[in-house]
Write a protein that binds this ligand. Structure first.
Ligand code: PEP
Ligand code: MN
Length: 452
């Protein structure tokens, strides 16, 4: 692990491990400290998953979104799992994100920055340390990076070998995504590559097909004028993101890069701080303030205007464009009241506001399943657009939990999924995700609201 003296851009009192003298919540209790240290040593010598050039490029794209020149689409699983590191699941998720971004590019007439919640979204914060079922109490599942979801004492023991497995699965995922994108899978000339087998039967198929045809006509028109194929449309960029929760893992992937100022977290382009770990004086904020990556923070209804300003001062003291993204997740019933004072509080700063309409709208069904009504998610998203507009601010992106699979985890949407439908294909180990169709419907909602 690198512990050089701080470089020019770093605060004098920040070190790669200075977070260790703060309170770090949501960390696993590893039973064998020496096994953990050996694993971290190995992890810190493995190649990084992303490069500093990509991280810097993303910061510039996020600055563009702040300035109103792009819209950010961030999406993926609540919790990736090692078992889902398969070509089909990765490709289907990519297809949905590409379809959604096509709808947004076309409907908003703007560039779209694509940010996956993938290739590292393996660690989960939990509201309770313990879980009880039928009178048996065990440690909670904290994501595949920590332990396993099965409800047995062995599965729930935190195992440091999972840190290496998580890194390997992230590398396989990002390698496959890069290969697909570079090979032409994301070519706007070929949106048929992204068709999902169940699409023809979808109630949304017509609206989507119309957009695809219209974008095809525009492309042909522009290329006729240019007299050649426009290669910018042949590929798109994909960036990765995950919640930076397990700080030993993040530290081991944090590196100094030749000829660049400061440390980069090279396990992902865009790490974010979750709601439960956004304490101003806690370890997560301490770690994140010192890295060069653009960073996100979830902002919930409990955050005060002064608290938010203090967080912004800590994470972005120099007001650097693209550095800080605030992701509001208020709940559809709280956003209209809760968001305006927060917008006011940071008006003089170059923050990018995004909306996560998922996490404030989780409820339990009579059968004890966690779900999110599509209508509430949609209502929070629409309110976010409205509130920003009414306060002279701009919503620059959306953060969604979604999958390319035909799951039934959120109720409602075009197919009007009911609570009974949830039992048919509920696969998430943690939070309920939009399925491919509900995700596409959310993109159509955005362009209906804001489209040109
Ligand atoms: C999440 O994004 O999966 C999550 C746990 O969100 P939050 O921190 O906003 O609750
Ligand atoms: Mn979640």
């Amino acid at each position: 692990m690198t512990t050089d003296a701080p470089r020019r851009s770093e605060a004098a009192d920040w070190r790669i491990d200075s977070w260790q003298s703060r309170v770090a919540t949501q960390q696993p209790n590893y039973p064998d400290a020496s096994a953990l240290q050996a694993t971290l040593g190995k992890l810190s010598r493995l190649p990084p998953l992303v490069t500093s050039w990509e991280v810097d490029a993303l910061r510039t794209h996020l600055a563009d979104a702040q300035a109103g020149r792009a819209f950010v689409l961030q999406g993926g699983d609540c919790a990736e799992s090692f078992a889902d590191c398969t070509p089909d699941i990765i490709t289907n998720r990519l297809k949905v994100l590409l379809q959604m971004s096509l709808v947004l590019v076309h409907g908003l007439s703007t560039r779209v920055v694509r940010l996956g919640r993938f290739a590292g979204q393996y660690a989960k914060p939990r509201s309770a340390d313990l879980e009880t079922r039928d009178g048996v109490t065990l440690p909670s599942y904290r994501g595949d990076l920590v332990n396993a979801p099965e409800f047995t004492p062995e599965a729930r023991i935190p195992d440091p070998r999972r840190l290496i497995e998580g890194h390997a699965n992230s590398a396989m995922t990002i390698n496959f995504v890069r290969g697909l994108v570079d090979g032409g899978f994301a070519d706007l000339h070929h949106p048929e590559y992204w068709n999902l087998s169940w699409m023809p039967h979808s109630p949304l198929a017509k609206a989507y097909r119309e957009r695809v045809e219209s974008i095809g006509r525009s492309l042909r028109f522009m290329e006729t004028l240019a007299g050649q194929e426009i290669h910018e449309f042949n590929r798109v960029d994909f960036y990765t993101s995950h919640e930076a929760l397990l700080l030993y893992y993040e530290q081991a992937q944090t590196r100094l890069v030749p000829r660049k100022p400061g440390h980069y977290n090279l396990s992902t382009h865009f790490p974010w701080i979750g709601l439960r770990t956004a304490d101003l004086d806690g370890a997560h904020v301490e770690y994140m303030r010192g890295i060069r990556n653009p960073v996100g923070v979830k902002v919930g209804p409990g955050v005060s205007p002064d608290g938010l300003r203090a967080l912004c001062d800590r994470l972005d003291p120099t007001h650097e464009p693209g550095r800080l993204t605030l992701i509001s997740r208020m709940g559809s019933d709280k956003i209209a009241e809760g968001l305006p004072p927060l917008i006011e509080a940071v008006r003089d700063r170059p923050v990018l506001w995004m909306a996560d309409p998922m996490h404030g709208n989780t409820i339990s069904t009579g059968n004890g399943l966690k779900t999110r009504p599509f209508e509430r998610i949609q209502a929070e998203l629409l309110s976010a657009f409205e509130v920003h507009q009414a306060h002279g601010s701009r919503l620059g992106g959306v953060h969604l939990e979604l999958t390319g699979e035909d799951v039934t985890e959120c109720t409602g949407g075009a197919r009007q999924l009911s609570e009974t439908d949830l039992e048919r294909a509920y696969r998430s180990n943690v939070d309920p995700r939009l399925n491919y169709e509900q995700a596409l419907e959310m993109a159509l909602t955005i362009v209906d609201r804001c489209g040109t």
